[in-house]
Design a protein around this ligand. Sequence first.
Ligand code: ADP
Length: 732
Amino acid sequence: MENPFLSALLLADSLAYLAGSGMGLARWSMRQSRTWLLLGYLGIGFVTNLGMHLLRANPSHLISAAWLGCVAQIMIFLTLSLNILQKPIKLFSLGTGWALASLACSLFFPGKPLVSILCSVGCLGLTAVVGYWIHQNQKRSSNQRTTHLTIYWFISASLFTIGNMGVFWQQLGWGLPLQTMAALLIAYTFGSYRLPPLRQVSRQILGYLLISTPVALLLWSSLIGMQFAEEVWPSMGRFMVAVILAILLVSLIRFLFFRAPDLVNWVIPVTTYDFNRILREYSIGISNITEMNLLATVSIGLISEAIEINRGYLFEVEYEVGPGQNIYRLHGIGGMGEEQTNDGVLDSKGPIAETLKTNRQVLTQQAIINQSRLQKADPTELSWFQQLDMDIFIPIHAKEDWIGLLALGPKTSGYEYSDADITLLITLADQLSLALQNTRLVSSLMRVNNDFRRAYAAMEQSNRQLQQAVSQLEQIDRTKTDFISVSSHELRTPLTVMRGYTEMMLEDPVLENNSLYMKMLNGIHSGILRLHEIVESMLDVASIDARSLHLHKEDTSLLIILRSVYERFRSALDERKQTLQIENLRDLPNIKADPVALEKVFRQLVSNAIKYTPDGGTITVLGAPVSVGHSEFPQGGVEIIISDTGIGIAPENLELIFKKFYQTGKVSRHSTGKTKFKGSGPGLGLAIVKGIVEAHGGKIWVESAGYDEEKLPGSHFHIIFPIQTPLTNEKP
Ligand code: ADP
């Protein structure tokens, strides 16, 4: 005897198991032990149903097959439950005990109600145990995903158990479909990354019911209407009813499609959001932020409020050109939930980077797990995304560049991200792009600014050190000046005494006759005179340094002074076969000056000219008036130029030679002689000259084509003294 309903049912069940296996295979890439268990469970379902279809002619075989399949499925279901609920596998022995007991009973008491009772009680017991574990899991876990998983698992377990009861009590008509439904639900539960919350499922079911129930009622009533119409109007009755039905159906469906969502919302409400308000608040919220971390926190905060999530993170994306491959570096800036410390590194040519950068697509964790194209990505990329444990990833672009990534966790409601959510998020990401670019700009400006500040601080620091060094040097200089001043004063007195006594001895008639003593005395005397001069120079320098040079100004003729200087050096000039020419001094006006100091100036300059000019050279002293209106001497003045045909001065020394103790040559050249060729002195001469000239309000400088002992370019010392009216024209 063949039951066509049962036969169709078995075929349909087999097909359903096949489809379920397809869903299970969606997770094939994970290749976890639970994937194998699921496939085993579905496979047994498929084989059992197909076997029953083949054995449909023999009811007792059919029942035995159903019963065996049932026991095997229960065993695998139990193992799968242990795995998913993370229970120790040894609990499996519970199920094995029961399975063996029921197998033995069915062998010894085939077809007896005892077997059915044993099987049912055992099955119920096992479901109760699984139910208890689920309950425990629920209590412990705060994770949304686990919560959903356990709820779905519980529903599947219940359907499965009731279905099994049907089979055990030989009620295949409803037992098998329930079993199949449970199997499909299990496959779905298992295959989805995030399960829709029950509220969402109930809303969908309610929506279907609200539309399908009135339509079914209408169709049913139209069938009755047709019978009635045929009796009343045999020729056209049916047709008329069909027309009316079509019109009613169209109107009803139109009405239902518009109204059903409202009704669903009314019965099972969900929260909706105001797109424009969110966008407005978001752009205002992030517009003025210039700090990266704050931008991340505020923007994730605003997004989480808008679409109700409690985890999210913003990543900054940098393109890096590497030796082997170019990469995108995803650097966590901030957000909500756990701190993301590891940078993500994506191959720029990999499928994930391609989706986010080139295709500019929103990526979901579900897609990463399920799509074989994305599964080809580098395992480190996959595990980085998995460890983030976010649901959705929205790329942020600035023109051609990919600059950021928004990673958002599951919605608190448990709902999946809807199309509206994704549209909103893409718009928000566009807004965020502008803010992110601004922030990047500001932070690089700040970096530059900070570098600048640091450099400035370092400069100030070295400035301070420099100032300290300068003031230390000034202090040392003062001490030196004081020392020179004090020691010269101290030296001068004994020197004067010595000079006096030597002069007395030189004039002594007794000694005069002893030529040896006279020679020695002359040597001592000239030494004392030289010492005296040096001490005088040191005193001069000290008083110039201390700005305490006392000048006794009077109307002074430069010609007279220079003549006196000439007289003084006459023998030296003769000795060195040099000529000194004094030109144009006669017509120069007198100036108001200290004649003793001026004589010192010219003595020094002429002495230098003699020293640094080889034998046979010429020294010229040239006078020239400085006309009124001169930029530095508006009242006019006189200029004296002392030129020589000597070795000249190197350009770099033109100013330095006026510094005290400065000598351009080697110390070995040092000589006490005042006119010896290249015999440098203590290096005080020009410093004193400059000090005296400046104390008169004048100016001194030197010009020379360079230092050359062979070509002898010569030097030209220029001095300008101002004419101080009305004394200028006074005669001495
Ligand atoms: P010093 O006591 O060594 O002569 P000065 O102050 O008079 O010291 O001169 C400083 C330096 O200037 C000298 O050592 C010398 O090198 C250079 N100098 C001065 N006058 C002349 C000159 N007429 N020609 C070339 N070099 C000169």
